[in-house]
Unconditional design. Structure first.
Length: 293
């Protein structure tokens, strides 16, 4: 666990934040899963390394993952730590491979044609993580899988809207080309960090799609599994507040300071999620019936 815990603590990620609400065995398991996701994502994002080298490194991760899934001894210390988690919680190796495939998409794809292509990316880098996470959290109802898929896409679309400036600085544009064309926004405007009413309308369109997935997640989560999804629900609340913040700023992310939820806001959301968990709240704190903190 030492390697995975060190990676998780160093990350200061919103995802890692949610683990605080879990009992220790599940918290430790999620730390290991997070460390795996973090490491393969870092391989794809290391722009100073040639694409072919990064592709080979991801292929090596895949080969090592196969060893872990098959019960053999992997080389990576993270996969050695993940192996008992795979066995204990029955994690699906194909979903772990989907995460690697999502990272490989970042090597090949700097533009997305339309929402259908972007949905595949969101599924691989976010929904697949959600489907693995609910195995660790503990779920009994099949509909909870739909919940994980919808919430994963909602979180990833919110991430994309927040990170447009940073992604553009690396030559990446995740906002679909079909929507850029519809709203009259050029690639160069985004790459140059040019904010306009046309960009606001484009981002609002993506924000509406994110809201759609938040609402779907909120609607399909079975009451029987809600208590076990406390960490996922906290994630939904954090990113929902981030989406509201983006909306309040008219999606202008091109300024000198990134839009984010501060430490006080995150602590308030943790407390709120814990209280809602303790009293057995029946509704999610995001989506159509939600209010901002």
């Amino acid at each position: 666990m030492e390697t995975s815990l060190a990676i998780t603590r160093k990350s200061a990620s919103n995802l890692a934040l949610a683990f605080v609400l879990l009992p220790k065995p599940k918290r430790d398991a999620m730390c290991v899963l997070y460390a795996f996701c973090r490491e393969v994502d870092d391989v794809a994002d290391e722009d100073s390394v040639p694409v072919e080298v990064r592709r080979d490194r991801l292929a090596a991760w895949r080969k090592d993952l196969i060893l872990a899934v098959q019960g053999q001894i992997p080389q990576s210390p993270i996969l050695r730590e993940l192996q008992p988690v795979i066995q204990t919680f029955g994690l699906d190796g194909t979903l772990l491979d989907e995460i690697i495939k999502g990272c490989e998409m970042d090597l090949e794809t700097l533009r997305y044609i339309d929402f259908e292509h972007l949905d595949l990316y969101c599924y691989r880098v976010a929904s697949a993580v959600g489907l693995l996470s609910i195995r660790i959290f503990g779920h009994n109802q099949p509909a909870t899988r739909d919940y994980a898929i919808h919430l994963g896409k909602a979180l990833q679309l919110t991430n994309i809207l927040r990170d447009v400036k940073n992604d553009a600085q690396r030559g990446r544009i995740y906002l679909p080309q079909s929507e850029l064309k519809r709203f009259g926004v050029t690639d160069q405007e985004i790459l140059d960090g040019c904010y306009s009413a046309r960009y606001q309308a484009l981002a609002q369109c993506v924000g509406v799609r994110a809201r759609h997935f938040y609402n779907l997640a909120r609607q399909v989560l079975p009451a029987e599994d809600r208590r076990n999804m406390v960490a996922a629900e906290l994630m939904g609340s954090v990113y929902w507040q981030l989406l509201l913040k983006l909306e309040n700023a008219s999606f202008n992310v091109f300024g000198p300071h990134p839009l984010k939820i501060g430490k006080v806001g995150k602590l308030a959301l943790i407390l709120q999620a814990w209280l809602r968990h303790m009293v057995g709240a029946r509704e999610s704190y995001y989506g159509a019936a939600s209010n901002s903190v």
